[in-house]
Design a protein around this ligand. Structure first.
Ligand SMILES: [Zn+2]
Ligand SMILES: [Zn+2]
Length: 364
């Protein structure tokens, strides 16, 4: 099959012929119909990560159709429409049994054992790394069934692909992590492919004020289409002062989707007494936050890191699909551009344009 392979760090994505194994055990073969370009894949393609040595097939925002199932896979049948998710969960550990699959003790249970089993992907007999158990930048993907969720057939593939990462993370942070309530006030720092979904979810939760903060006016304009009641350009305005003025003293929930010490500090200062800050994104290594303990204590603030929107894909992805199909969740405006599998490098370059939210491969 054709796959976009990162042959070496920083060399981009090249179309190659890659061999894909037949499904065994709990594996499912998916014919990929859409794959989103998430920034994390570009980071993995340009920086050394021990888990994903090149050559590697990346791509973890995936929607497709089940083409074959392994003998022990019970959740799907051929023809099902599915969405992939990078959350790897065993189903048996205490965290999984509690529904908190994003804290699974044994995520490797979803992968082949390199010492015992042949790799899922190979070229000329040599293993090719599969990114995050998915490897969606390819015509087909061989995936453990726990990394897949069934979605309605009438859900279009391009927005469906985004459900497993950007939507799960952005919306889940608001609905699962923060549990924003009706009438509460929210600030979202970073109005990109994740933050826009936090804005959407805050609107769905009934937040009375939703302030989007970004450094680019194009992104802020788009945030309004997702439900932001107010926007602040932090490149030209003091965001902390602006948010405190707009909300009469600060918000109850501030989401740092950018993930730098500077933006988390902003988030802390724009929350009201008793407010909470959630670190949802991580820009590079993030950096260290300097925290005033007296201020933390006297202002009764909370700060929490949230992974993958504290999401349970099998519960949350169908919920978001339903919200979209009923017209309550804006996914269409996330899909700015649809490209072919051989256009990934240009697609990532296009993402630097603030008018482009997400680029999705829909031609394989
Ligand atoms: Zn992602
Ligand atoms: Zn587990």
């Amino acid at each position: 099959m054709k796959a976009a392979v990162v042959d070496a760090l920083g060399t981009g994505f090249a179309l190659r012929d890659v061999d894909i194994a037949e499904p065994t055990g709990h594996e499912v073969m998916v014919e990929v119909k859409a794959a989103g370009l998430c920034h994390t894949d570009l980071t993995v393609a340009t920086h050394a990560f021990a888990d994903f040595p090149p050559p590697v097939v990346l791509g973890h925002e995936m929607a497709g159709v089940v083409a074959a199932v392994g003998p022990e896979a019970s959740a799907f049948t051929v023809g099902d429409h599915v969405v992939g998710c990078l959350v790897q969960w065993c189903g048996d550990c205490p965290a999984c049994l509690d529904g908190r699959v994003y804290r699974c003790d044994r995520p490797e249970a979803t992968l082949r054992d390199p010492g015992r089993e042949a790799p899922r992907l190979s070229r000329a007999g040599s293993p090719v790394t599969q990114g995050m158990g998915l490897g969606a930048f390819a015509q087909r993907a061989l995936v453990h069934e726990n990394q897949l969720t069934a979605v309605p057939r009438r859900l279009p593939f391009a927005p469906a692909a985004l459900l497993g990462c950007g939507v799960l993370t952005g919306a889940g942070s608001v609905l699962n992590g923060a549990r924003v309530g009706a009438g509460e006030t929210v600030a979202v720092i970073g109005a990109g492919g994740v933050g826009l979904n936090s804005v959407s979810a805050a609107r769905i939760a009934g937040a009375s004020r939703i302030v989007a903060v970004d450094v680019q006016d194009g992104k802020l304009r788009r945030a309004r289409a997702f439900g932001a009641t107010d926007v602040v350009n932090s490149a030209t305005t003091d965001a902390v002062t602006a948010v405190r003025e707009l909300t009469g003293g600060g918000v109850q929930h501030a989401f740092d989707v950018v993930g730098t010490a500077a933006t988390t500090d902003q988030a802390l200062r724009m929350t009201a007494l008793g407010g909470a800050v959630y670190v949802v994104g991580l820009a590079g290594s993030g950096g260290d936050l300097k925290l005033s303990l007296p201020r933390l204590l006297l202002q009764q603030k909370r700060i929490q890191g949230l992974i993958m929107g504290s999401g349970n894909p099998r519960r949350d992805i169908p919920r978001y699909a339903d919200l979209y199909l009923r017209g309550h969740m804006n996914l269409d405006d996330l899909v700015s551009r649809q490209i072919a599998l051989d256009g990934i490098d240009a697609g990532y370059a296009a993402l630097r344009d603030p008018d482009v939210a997400r680029v999705v491969i829909t031609s394989f």
